[in-house]
Design a protein around this ligand. Structure first.
Ligand SMILES: *[C@@H]1O[C@H](CO)[C@@H](O)[C@H](O)[C@H]1NC(C)=O
Length: 328
């Protein structure tokens, strides 16, 4: 893949760190920032699969009930992530930038199950990241490349969701997530990065966590399965979820849920100290992001200036599929 040389950017311009306000980036430089951001995420995924494949040999997957074919497909995913790192590294170099290098990470992988759970989430976040960054890209050539990578991430997501017995296509639409919320999620796994890496002009917000009874990933409290039973047309009401934050909550705030193309802010219930409850809309399905925001948001993209905490990730079982055979 050839990247067109559209601009030679001075790294210094991009370094302006955001303090919650909209980062000041010259229009022509935003493409390079997005490429560096994409590479940051691809490094994370690449190292994640290399760690998994080097610590979880095939027999462990077979013992956990997975097939040889499944394990072979994991190798294809690792192959893809490595290819993405190489492509973006070359593209950034061609565009006159210094590609960010891999960081050191801390992935809570202890066994096959925790690996697949985290893989599904990371691939979902990767897909959301490309989708949420797409409107920022000014070059159509880069946009086409980003779209191509997005497809690969979505296919990976689908495979891992299937492995977890989650509906692969739990929503007619992908869920876009803007860079700072994605950066917040990625930062949870990053221990340290080379000091020579360009500082990304995005904000890592303070954490929002679930006080779930059974979080699937206790150590990072990043995702739980909730709600709607697939077997019934009448989904069980999604029960209020309890969340907590690390700093004092303002007296007035919203809980904003993002799923597919929908962004819905609701008022929390039973706020107590750093803990509150909130119920996501029962029409939501699949990987969903929850944020504490200072404003009522009714559509994306979510402005950084309105975000106070999060995102947290939750997995909502979609309602039974509904369609009309006569609609054709
Ligand atoms: C947010 O704004 C929408 C559109 O104006 C409104 O329908 C909704 O009730 C508001 N939500 C809250 C929690 O205030």
């Amino acid at each position: 893949m050839k990247f067109s040389i559209l601009f030679f950017s001075s790294i210094a311009i991009i370094l302006a760190r955001s303090t919650g306000a909209v980062p000041i980036i010259k229009k022509a430089d935003i493409d390079l920032v997005v490429l560096q951001f994409a590479l940051t995420l691809e490094h994370l995924e690449n190292v994640f699969y290399k760690k998994a494949l080097s610590t979880l040999p095939e027999y462990k997957f077979l013992a956990a009930g997975f097939t040889r074919e499944y394990y072979q497909n994991l190798k294809y995913i690792a192959h893809d992530e490595e290819a993405h790192v190489k492509l973006l590294t070359d593209g950034i170099t061609t565009a006159g930038g210094m590609p960010v290098a891999a960081c050191t990470y801390d992935f809570p992988i202890t066994d096959v199950k925790s690996f697949i759970g985290l893989s599904s989430i990371l691939e979902g976040v990767g897909t959301s990241a490309y989708l949420g960054s797409a409107p920022l890209i000014t070059s159509k050539d880069y946009l086409a490349v980003a779209g191509s990578i997005l497809v690969a991430e979505a296919l990976h997501t689908s495979m891992q969701r299937q492995a977890l017995h989650r509906v692969p296509s739990a929503n007619p639409y992908g869920t876009p997530l803007t860079p700072s919320p994605v950066y917040t999620l990625a930062a949870a796994f990053i221990k340290s990065c080379p000091s020579t890496n360009m500082a990304l002009p995005f904000t890592a917000f303070p954490a929002l966590t679930f006080n779930a009874e059974k979080p699937t990933l206790a150590s990072i409290s990043i995702s739980i399965d909730i709600g709607n039973k697939q077997s019934s047309n009448k989904p069980a009401p999604v029960k209020p979820l309890e969340f907590s934050v690390v700093e004092t909550l303002p007296s007035d705030f919203f809980v904003t849920f993002v799923n597919g193309l929908e962004v819905v802010s609701i008022k929390p219930t039973s706020v107590s100290g750093k803990t509150f409850s909130a119920t996501p809309p029962d029409t939501f399905g699949g990987q969903t992001y929850a944020l504490v925001t200072s404003v009522n948001m009714t559509s994306g993209p979510i402005a950084d200036s309105g975000i106070l905490f999060g995102p947290a990730i939750l997995e909502i079982t979609p309602r039974s599929p509904n369609y009309d055979v006569n609609y054709q």
